[in-house]
Write a protein of this length. Structure first.
Length: 641
């Protein structure tokens, strides 16, 4: 991600085309992961390869300059880094702001914060501390979320040269002594130990995002750079490269997405593997020649731009917008990403780096400051979506009444009141809450009272494990949410106290929330791996409602629409199939009456027609129809008194 591999003038490290090949492999891993290619579930490990390669290259350049001149010119180093990294980053952030403004990209309520954090290279910390709300789940993943890893690298670029200057002054030697190598090994050990300790004492997410927990991967490259200075590499080292690539391939294929050893502090070990790959490329061999192939070198040179552009491109070119799927969609996304990266490299990145544009430090500083100001104004000007908050009291949708009429002879009379209306309460999350809200205007029945006991952002989130969206952002319920065992009694008591209506039926409209990964006993769990945590919670709800004398009807969740990909991984169909199967078994084991929302929301296997653009909720214009269908289905299941 950090450059094209060509050293700036005045340093001794020679250009190694194979290292561009390593960049190509690393960025391909990341692209495969974000394309949700099943056998690349661990493709996010490509970021770790970039970290180690950055540590190796930067340390080699700095040590080479120190050996040649006896000093390290820090202002020149920082200016080179700014020329290489900042222009393209600001370009992408500006384009993202424009795409959000014209509604080609959706944005979370944290969009402004995310863009500003990306500009100042601290998004990894914002991501770690800034938990997202459940309401944000139905807007979009952050189009700049991938800047978190660039933040880790930039923090390294700022801190490590200063530390190295201090170390070299303390050691007082122009050569690289064994003491420096031992010091760097000690630093690697310290940062390596910090990763599992951070996972244990803080959180698994901290072990992934915290700068110190990722520093060991960078330091692995730095240690290798210090070891190689002044040493001749034996030819047998060439075997290290294919062995390391083999281990990487196995890790990428068998490492689960978002859970497992990576989030438990195991990344320092992968940093060693990356360092061994780089070490094996320091002597001639088949792997060196293969990774020096022109196509790989070309992709490696563009890898920084590819990484910057790919995520916004993938979000814009989704299935719903392109009407493409499978290999066709993958090819389109990759082609547009490569084209954008090529244009950026040729017109902006390379000319600025070679001083063809903004030749002096003063003009560079002025231009970058102006660009930062423009992006900041764009970010602040974009109107981020507002989270919708649940009501604090249940809503009665319709109340049956007697109808006075005028009788014969002019005497006032009244027809006998109709049979008592059936009172049903809907419980669940935003799916039933929004359905009742949007369908209320056209619901005028007198045979049934529908009470909206559903709570957006609360019912399926509170008292259950933390979840995360497709890009790893943790989701938290709003602070005013109540647990179901507090909320359900409040709803039922208010129904009983209001207008003399006694609740008879409780409809549970659940099953959407577990489509995301959830943190269960310290491990991120895919819904197809384990749903016992969720089923146990639903079982407690059923037992409580039955204990209050209500008939419980379970509404099986419908399959999701393709537009739901902005929040769930592309295997959303598999996830919902697992959830539906588990809930069907659950309904049978609990002897529950049930209806299947898939019948109304996915007619003829079309799960989009009645949905909003999030692929989850019912379109407001069709809410009345869907609500009538739901009520009719429930009434048909009503048990005889």
């Amino acid at each position: 991600m950090n450059g094209d591999g060509s050293p700036p003038p005045g340093v001794t490290l020679g250009y190694q085309p194979a290292l561009d090949g390593v960049r190509a492999v690393a960025v391909a891993m990341v692209l495969g992961f974000h394309l949700d290619i099943g056998w690349l579930s661990g493709g996010y490990l490509g970021v770790s390869v970039f970290f180690t390669l950055s540590g190796f290259l930067i340390t080699s350049l700095l040590l080479g300059e120190h050996r040649r001149t006896g000093m390290i010119n820090l202002p020149a180093f920082y200016q080179r880094r700014a020329r290489r990294l900042v222009p393209a980053g600001l370009l992408v952030l500006g384009l993202v702001c424009v795409l959000v403004a014209v509604d080609l990209l959706q944005a979370r309520s944290t969009f402004r914060r995310d863009v500003l954090a990306s500009m100042f290279q601290c998004l990894n910390w914002v991501q770690l501390f800034g938990h997202h709300s459940y309401a944000d789940l139905f807007t979009a993943p952050s189009p700049v979320i991938h800047f978190w890893s660039l933040g880790v690298e930039e923090q390294f670029y700022v801190i490590w040269p200063l530390m190295l200057v201090v170390l070299l002054r303390v050691l007082r030697s122009r050569a690289v002594p064994e003491r420096l190598l031992r010091t760097l090994v000690a630093l690697w050990l310290l940062t390596a130990v910090s990763a599992p300790l951070t996972a244990r004492w803080w959180s698994h997410d901290a072990a992934y995002y915290a700068t110190w927990a990722r520093a060991s991967e960078v330091m692995a490259g730095a240690v290798l750079a210090a070891f190689l200075v002044g040493r001749k590499v034996p030819r047998w080292w060439a075997w290290l490269a294919p062995a390391a690539l083999g281990v990487m391939a196995l890790a990428v294929a068998f490492t689960p997405a978002g859970r497992g050893w990576v989030f438990e502090g195991g990344l320092p070990l992968f940093g060693i593997v990356s360092a061994l790959l780089i070490a094996g490329l320091q002597t001639p061999g088949l792997t060196l020649r293969s990774l020096s192939a022109r196509p790989l070198v070309w992709i490696g040179k563009l890898s920084y731009g590819i990484y910057l552009f790919h995520w916004p491109v993938f979000l814009v070119l989704d299935r719903a917008r392109t009407n493409l799927d499978g290999l066709s969609l993958i090819a389109l996304r990759l082609a547009v990403t490569l084209a954008a990266a090529s244009v950026s490299y040729s017109i902006i990145e390379h000319p600025i780096r070679l001083r063809r544009l903004l030749p002096s430090g003063r003009t560079l500083t002025t231009a970058l400051a102006g660009a930062v100001a423009i992006v900041a104004v764009l970010a602040v000007s974009v109107e981020a979506p507002l989270a919708q908050h649940p009501d604090s009291v249940p809503t009665v949708l319709s109340v049956a009444t007697t109808i006075p009429v005028v009788g014969s002879g002019g005497a006032d009379a009244a027809i006998p009141p109709p049979p008592p209306a059936t009172v049903m309460a809907l419980f669940g999350d935003s799916v039933p809450a929004w359905l009742v809200r949007d369908g209320a205007s056209s619901f005028d029945r007198t045979d049934v009272v529908v009470v909206n006991g559903a709570r957006e952002a609360c019912d399926a989130m509170i008292n259950t494990p933390v979840s995360r969206d497709r890009v790893g952002a943790e989701l938290r319920p709003p602070a005013d949410c109540e647990e179901w065992d507090t909320w359900y009694p409040k709803v039922l008591d208010q129904i009983a106290a209001g207008a003399g209506h006694t609740p008879e039926i409780a409809v549970l409209v659940l099953g959407q929330a577990p489509v995301l990964d959830h943190l269960v006993n310290g491990t991120w769990v895919h819904p197809c791996d384990d749903l016992s945590w969720y089923l146990d919670d639903v079982a407690r709800r059923v037992d409580y409602l039955r204990g209050r004398g209500l008939q419980v009807v379970f509404a099986l969740p419908a399959r999701l629409g393709a537009r739901s990909q902005f929040m769930v991984p592309d295997d959303y169909a598999k996830r919902m199939a697992c959830i539906r199967t588990a809930l069907i078994d659950f309904v049978g084991n609990k002897h529950l009456a049930s209806i299947d929302l898939d019948r109304v929301l996915c007619p003829s296997n079309d799960c989009e027609a009645l949905r909003t653009r999030d692929g989850v909720h019912v379109d407001p214009s069709r809410a009345g129809f869907v609500l009538q269908w739901l009520v009719n289905q429930v009434l048909r299941l009503r048990l005889p008194a």
